[in-house]
Design a protein around this ligand. Sequence first.
Ligand SMILES: [Zn+2]
Length: 301
Amino acid sequence: MDTLITNVTAVTMAPGTEVLFGVNIGVTDGKIEFISKKVPQELPQTIIDGTGMVAMPGMTDAHVHMGCLFAKGEFPVDYATVLTVAKCKDALMAGFTTFRDAGSVSEGLKLAFDEGVLPGPRIYPCGAYISQTCGHGDSEYAHTYRDIQYRHPSSTVLADGVPEIIRAVREQFYRGASHIKLMATEILNRHEDIRLLFGTDMMITGPDYQVEQSEDIRYYEKRFGTMRALRALTGTANEVFALTTYQNPYPKGKIGVLEAGSYADLLLVDGDPTKSVLVLADTDHLRLIMKGGTVYKNTLC
Ligand SMILES: [Zn+2]
């Protein structure tokens, strides 16, 4: 065991599990080994006293476009990259341990964060979104030169008709996409009604980017109520990520729930998110942030 977190109230968000009081969480190799009252015989080097804290899964922002700006040419690519990396770190430090990209260039960010080169969330990459010609994803001006096949090869692929869509989808999976974004409004609306995910639609638009997540947490609380908002921020992501099957870039554990075998992506919160998720909108209440067993923030000691 690498880390033991002691004496927390655990809001696991696993289906059918209630809140667990006074439990210890053992973390081994980036995953949760156990959540129970058990005290292991051999204690690890790192022991975190979680007395008075609520442990919950790290949050997921299930709709971002972190690499979108690369495609637009408004800034030098390296500047855009630095802004994006800074924003990703901010999001991790706001308790978001996972991003689900909804169309942009994020495969490289994902690799760098997974390798621990810089701090950032896990990323479920999407690759380019697929749009019909002159559809929602066809963002070139009408009177510029229009290269019909690839308008923005990095973030949009235009595809009309079944054979072109099949090819475009295959290309995104080849690039490492875990899911596909179709810019086809009818299909998307139907899907998004089924399960509520938390998503900000965040993209980098310039140096004065804002932390949109905290605002949206407040909105979700007001619009959907505390527990639905909390599930959208955590457990529902796990159900959706399970649908990625063999394209799942994180197949070794669950995300969005705390249980034995899930990734050790968790928060220790100074406050009760089951009473109000507003506590999650203020990063001061996030006393400990862990992703894959690595502690990124700890203000407990
Ligand atoms: Zn979007």
